[in-house]
Design a protein around this ligand. Sequence first.
Ligand SMILES: [Zn+2]
Length: 301
Amino acid sequence: MKKWIFGIVVLILLVYGLNVIQQPGETEGKAAKPPANAPNQQQPEADFTSLTIDREDIYRGDLLLINLQYPVSEQTEVPDVVNLFEHQELVKGFGILDQDIKLPMEMLEWFTDMMESAMADGVNHFLINSGYRDNEEQALLYEQLGSVYAKPPGYSEHNLGLSLDLGSSLGLMKDAPEGKWLQENAWKHGFVLRYPENKTEVTGVIYEPWHFRYVGLPHSAIMQERGMVLEEYLTYLKVQKRVQTVVDGKAYEVSYYPVRSAAKLSVPIKGNYSLSGNNMDGVILTTWDTGSPSDREAGSR
Ligand SMILES: [Zn+2]
């Protein structure tokens, strides 16, 4: 072997040998300082790369907890939204209540995907009553409805763009086929019933059979299986630090990391991961295996 090739091989081995593979819950106080060998035992280190995160990451992503204790942070970016009344071509398989229904494009895609599945089951009388609301609209609603039925600006999930109020043209959501279908199937599409009847003491919000929140897979599946609302799920992740699950034949790993300052996370080099803050004190890293054929449909099942 030529000397220079040997040199490069040694260099590569050195770099990977020193690469940091951090374990969940280890980011505190280790800002940008790789701890000594902490190899991940599941996959070769070369499959991972280092991702720098900082406090801003606490306030981004699909798992942000928004309630009266944790309002939408100023650091959370307001999403680009599309007005569905002005874009009727995007309204497929459901109705909209009025001219003000707005949703982020991504959210509309997730919702439309779910509607296709409902339609295949013969459930097709859905109506979007509310989507994204800016602070002005939220303030008006709060004034009109009061604190039992609305929240102050910044304290509603609707201000985040990841929630929908859904109705049925056949009747009340708690009784209509649309409401029942969602309670059974929404989780398969990354959505959860945010304020269930038996969790009012945890959420602090009355039973809202119409309010659905996007959290994405596999989170919606774990929450459904364990009967947890978002408050409980985020606490569960914090306690467990790492949770593994299989949804639709696909293996996921969900890890919680507290974030006090800039830190490095080890993430799959192929990009098969997602990151979300919890809007409180840390981030949740979700990774999935790339071996399954449905991998390309991540988040859409
Ligand atoms: Zn709502």
